[in-house]
Ligand binder design. Structure first.
Ligand code: NAD
Length: 247
C-alpha cells in the first residue's frame, strides 16, 4: 500500500451499480480503484481492465496485489440474456468460482459479492423475513438460480486459503443511471401498456436505492478489514430501504 490507500478491484465496474460503487470508493479517499469489466465505461477516473470473468488468466492478472475485490459483475436477466442459461451459468456461477479461485491464488484477503434478495423468493409473500430465511427451493428463474449458486460458493469460500467473504442481497435497484426498471416502465407507459393491475393493487415490492447498495458494499469491505471481521465474514445481508413500496 505505497499510497496508504487500499487497492480495490470492482468487477462490473462499468455497470449500473458498479459505477456508483466506484464513485463512492473514490469519495472515501481511502481506495485506489480498478474496474474489471467486459465492456469499458464511457469515461472513467480509474484504471480499467477490459476482461471476461470466464478468463482465469485475465482475472488472475487483475486481482493480483488487490486488498479487496467487489464482485458486482453478472450476466443480468435482460431481454437479451434471459433465455441464455448457458451464458448465465458460465458468467454468474463459473465466473464467480473463477473470482474466488483467483483471489485465493493471489492472496487477496477480502471478497464482497453482490447477491440478490431474490435468492429467498419463490412466489409466496415474504414480509419482515431476515437472513435465516432459507434459499428458494424453486427459484423464480434461471438467473436467480445462478445468483443462489454464486452466493453459496462465495460464502463457502470464507475462511479458505486466507479469504474472508461477505454477500450482499439488494432487492430491485433504482436510482441514477438505472438501465432497466424505470426505462422499461416509461417505455410500457408510452406504449399504453400500463393499464392493468396484477392482484388487488396493494402488492408491495422491496426496492433499494443504488446509493444505499453501493454504500453497503463500502461498509462491508470496511467491516471485513476491521477488528470485528469475524462477525460479518461468511454471512449474507439483505440490503433494503426502510419500507416496501407499492409495486
Ligand atoms: P449491469 O448489467 O448494469 O452491470 C453488470 C456489469 O457486469 C456490466 O457492466 C457488464 O458489462 C459486466 N459483465 C457482464 N458479463 C461480464 C463478464 N463475462 N465479464 C466481465 N464483466 C461482465 O447490472 P447491475 O444492475 O449493475 O447489477 C450489478 C449486480 O447487482 C449484479 O451482480 C446483479 O446480479 C446484482 N443485482 C442487481 C439488481 C438490480 O435490480 N439491478 C438487483 C439485485 C442484484
Amino acid at each position: 500500500m505505497a499510497s496508504g490507500k487500499r487497492r480495490a478491484l470492482v468487477t462490473g465496474g462499468a455497470g449500473f451499480l458498479g459505477q456508483h460503487l466506484v464513485q463512492q470508493l473514490l469519495d472515501t479517499a481511502q481506495y485506489d480503484v480498478t474496474i474489471f469489466d467486459i465492456k469499458a465505461p464511457e469515461d472513467s477516473k480509474v484504471t480499467v481492465v477490459v476482461g471476461d470473468l470466464r478468463r482465469m488468466d485475465q482475472l488472475l492478472a487483475a486481482v493480483r496485489g488487490k486488498d479487496v475485490v467487489f464482485h458486482c459483475a453478472a450476466a443480468a436477466p435482460s431481454a437479451e440474456n434471459a433465455m441464455n442459461n448457458t451464458l448465465m451459468q458460465a458468467v454468474n456461477v463459473d465466473g464467480t468460482a473463477n473470482i474466488i479461485k483467483a483471489c485465493q491464488e493471489a492472496q487477496v484477503p477480502h471478497l464482497v459479492y453482490t447477491s440478490s434478495a431474490s435468492v429467498v423468493f419463490e412466489g409466496k409473500p415474504l414480509h419482515m423475513v431476515n437472513e435465516d430465511q432459507p434459499y428458494a427451493t424453486k427459484p423464480m428463474d434461471f438467473y436467480t438460480r445462478t445468483k443462489i449458486r454464486g452466493e453459496q460458493l462465495v460464502l463457502a469460500a470464507n475462511g479458505q486459503a486466507g479469504l474472508s467473504t461477505v454477500a450482499l442481497r439488494p432487492s430491485g435497484i433504482f436510482g441514477e443511471g438505472d438501465p432497466i426498471f424505470v426505462p422499461t416502465v416509461v417505455k410500457q407507459a408510452r406504449a399504453g401498456k400500463m393499464k392493468f393491475v396484477i392482484g388487488n393493487g396493494k402488492n408491495l415490492m422491496d426496492w433499494t436505492y443504488v446509493g444505499n447498495v453501493a454504500q453497503a458494499h463500502v461498509q462491508a469491505a470496511a467491516a471485513l478489514a476491521g477488528p470485528r471481521s469475524s462477525r460479518v465474514a461468511g454471512r449474507a445481508y439483505f440490503i433494503t430501504n426502510q419500507d416496501p413500496r407499492p409495486f
